[in-house]
Design a protein around this ligand. Structure first.
Ligand code: HEM
Length: 132
């Protein structure tokens, strides 16, 4: 290990660096309306961005040698679970009001207000019978 200079900043050997992912993921130079929940941006303006640590604008799993080893597992399970839940159930807010997508401050990302939803089966009843 040795001292180095990154972007004009002198960093002494042994310094602990903690990335501010919140700032990176809300950079208005990269993300238009960074505080708006716009998942469609990943199908339009940012459709070619990859979340596996190669594009430093979006690094939810970190990057490099210490990045999350659960990345492939997580991406498969997330899509699989979400697709299943949406296929099996209908989701509605109590009076069909819009979901408040504001965030609360914290180490992990959580909603500012609790999510209230009514969940109803959308398939014929016999499909949910796991004893068959
Ligand atoms: C959506 C789900 C997940 C997200 C967003 C996530 C995110 C992260 C992030 C940001 C790091 C730190 C990477 C770094 O220091 O650069 C990390 C580390 C780690 N993650 Fe995940 N993770 C997820 C799921 C999982 C799962 C399912 C597993 C295990 C089955 C896992 C195991 C680990 C381990 C062991 C580390 C430490 C790696 C190291 O320090 O060398 N993660 N994860």
């Amino acid at each position: 290990m040795e001292d180095c200079t990154v972007n004009g900043y002198r960093v002494s050997a042994g310094t602990w660096l903690i990335m501010n992912l919140y700032k990176i993921h809300h950079n208005p130079l990269i993300w238009a309306n960074p505080f708006e929940f716009q998942p469609e941006r990943f199908m339009t303006t940012h459709k070619d961005i990859d979340e596996r640590g190669q594009y430093f604008e979006l690094v939810p799993f970190g990057s490099g040698r210490r990045m999350c080893p659960g990345v492939s597992f997580s991406l498969q399970i997330l899509f699989f679970t979400l697709a299943n839940v949406l296929h099996w159930f209908e989701f509605e807010t109590p009076s069909n009001e819009a979901v408040d997508m504001r965030e609360a401050l914290g180490i992990t990302n959580s909603k500012a207000t609790p999510l209230e939803v009514h969940i109803t089966p959308r398939l014929p009843v016999f499909v949910y019978d796991t004893t068959n």
